[in-house]
Design a protein. Structure first.
Length: 295
């Protein structure tokens, strides 16, 4: 297994999701306290990335092991277990290694920030593993988008915020929700493109529950709600006024990306470009969100 194939197993390009939540929580904490816990940052960032990479590696292994990733319809270059013949056990041990490193960092963070990190981090590891493993695989249910948005968005935001700021509250929770909605929209694009394969594999994703028309509308509805909530939080004083202008700028930059997704529609053939577009939308939103907090 080469280093490039290792990056394919963990799908490094998708780590923008957890990195954007981490950056937003860090900026929100800095605005609240006027300082940064550099040691907490140095421990938390790699722990977050290892949990995210381990979850993706487990997904790669179990999708291949169950035969749900098939060469005949697969066009995703990151699926190296299928496209390049990488041994499946390589993905399994990569996942275990990532979770082990995350657990070690979690212990260090617990010494730094308190024992609460152990149960919070343990829950994240459990959800990450259960997402595509066990008798009730979350990825096979209509809860997939909800769980992805909740844990890669709100839960991660609050964990990072407490590590850096030392407390929780309603304000940070509300501030985490716009990003959570956009993260859910990423999975909704993924599932809208994979409807045919998911139906064949016996999954019951939210896209399949909604049907083709509902699944094609959901990513845009979640994006709209994310920006609407962001502006609502500005009006309530939870986010600063500068956030309004930054959100407006990021929305204008995202409109062509959303328009391109609408034109090409959602299918397995358009999955690659659509995923790049929706990830870029998250990146633009997150950049505007962080800049608005720091101005």
């Amino acid at each position: 297994m080469t280093f490039r194939q290792l990056l394919g197993i963990v799908e490094l390009r998708t780590k923008l999701v957890s990195a954007s939540t981490f950056a937003a929580a860090t900026a929100f904490s800095f605005r609240a306290t006027g300082s940064l816990d550099l040691l907490g940052l140095a421990l938390a960032l790699p722990a977050v990335l290892f949990v995210d990479m381990g979850t993706t590696a487990f997904n790669s292994f179990f999708d291949y092991w169950r035969g749900e990733d098939r060469g005949g319809r697969l066009r995703e270059p990151d699926k190296v277990l299928v496209t390049e013949g990488v041994p499946a056990l390589a993905a399994f041990f990569v996942a275990l290694g990532c979770f082990f490193l995350a657990a070690c960092l979690g212990l260090a963070i617990a010494f730094h920030s308190g024992a609460w990190v152990l149960w919070a981090g343990g829950l994240c590891l459990l959800v990450g593993f259960s997402y595509n493993c066990g008798p009730l695989r979350l990825s096979r249910t209509p809860l997939g988008e909800l769980m992805a948005g909740s844990f890669l968005g709100a839960a991660l935001f609050l964990i990072v915020y407490r590590i850096l700021e030392g407390s929780w509250g309603v304000g940070p929770f509300l501030a985490s929700l716009p990003g959570s909605l956009l993260i859910a929209s990423i999975l909704s694009v993924n599932n809208a493109c994979d409807m045919a394969g998911d139906a064949e594999a016996g999954r019951r994703t939210l896209a399949l529950v909604l049907g083709p028309r509902g699944a094609s509308v959901l990513p845009f509805a979640l994006g709209f709600l994310a920006y609407a909530l962001d502006l609502f939080l500005v009006g309530r004083g939870i986010l600063p006024r500068a956030e309004f202008f930054c959100a407006a700028a990021s929305l204008l930059a995202s409109v062509p990306l959303y328009a391109a997704m609408a034109r090409r529609s959602f299918s397995h053939e358009t999955k690659g470009p659509s995923m790049k577009s929706v990830l870029a939308c998250l990146g633009l939103f997150s950049l505007g969100y962080v800049v608005g907090l720091l101005i």
